[in-house]
Design a protein around this ligand. Structure first.
Ligand SMILES: [Zn+2]
Length: 192
């Protein structure tokens, strides 16, 4: 069971890397295991080429149960989301380039209401956490608060976060978010 949970995270890391949503050492992935434990990527590891030893098992308060090295620098944010959103079983954070670029040109939220998918998945608006220091308590608190209102959102000048009932849902939401923002960027090329 634990092995399967780790394998799923390794696969997701590779997919996100192939899709250009994660590059090098950025981003972090976690999922709930046996209701009271969390498997999370270690800090400073390449998410495209994860190995079993790059994954750390924590309890819900963040205490290390298994693994060597430091858990992700955004562990506090993951824990806060799990605490505030009982149906969250997986959390992913990436530095998708379209999400980051769009966040620099918008305040508070990003309007995706012109897109059918944007309306369906995000209610036409993607919420945004203001710019806080990565890994900080403030970032974790604010992200945890916004996560109760929307399961996919942006960290200003930093990246995007999603949570789902499983990793598949969390990946799909992040892909959709990045795709929506890519279309809005491309739209400017076609504007007459
Ligand atoms: Zn980050």
């Amino acid at each position: 069971m634990l092995k399967k949970g780790k394998q799923e995270i390794i696969k997701v890391g590779s997919i996100l890397y192939e899709r250009g949503l994660i590059s090098g050492f950025d981003g972090n992935i976690s999922q709930v295991f046996k209701n009271d434990k969390i498997i999370i990527t270690a800090s400073g590891v390449h998410k495209g080429f994860l190995r079993h030893k790059d994954l750390i098992v924590l309890d819900k308060k963040g205490k290390i149960i298994e693994g060597v090295g430091k858990p992700s620098s955004e562990t506090k944010m993951h824990l806060e989301i799990y605490k505030n959103c009982p149906s969250a079983r997986a959390v992913i954070h990436v530095h998708g380039p379209y999400a980051v670029a769009a966040s620099l040109e918008n305040e508070k939220e990003i309007d995706v209401s012109d897109l059918v998918e944007g309306k369906m998945l995000f209610n036409g608006k993607i919420k945004m956490v203001p710019s806080f220091k990565p890994g900080s308590e403030e970032l974790a608190k604010k992200a945890g608060e916004i996560a109760t209102k929307q399961n996919t959102f942006i960290l200003k000048a930093h990246g995007a976060v999603s949570w789902g009932e499983d990793l598949f849902e969390a990946v799909s939401l992040l892909e959709a978010l990045e795709n929506n923002l890519k279309i809005l960027a491309l739209r400017k090329l076609f504007r007459k």
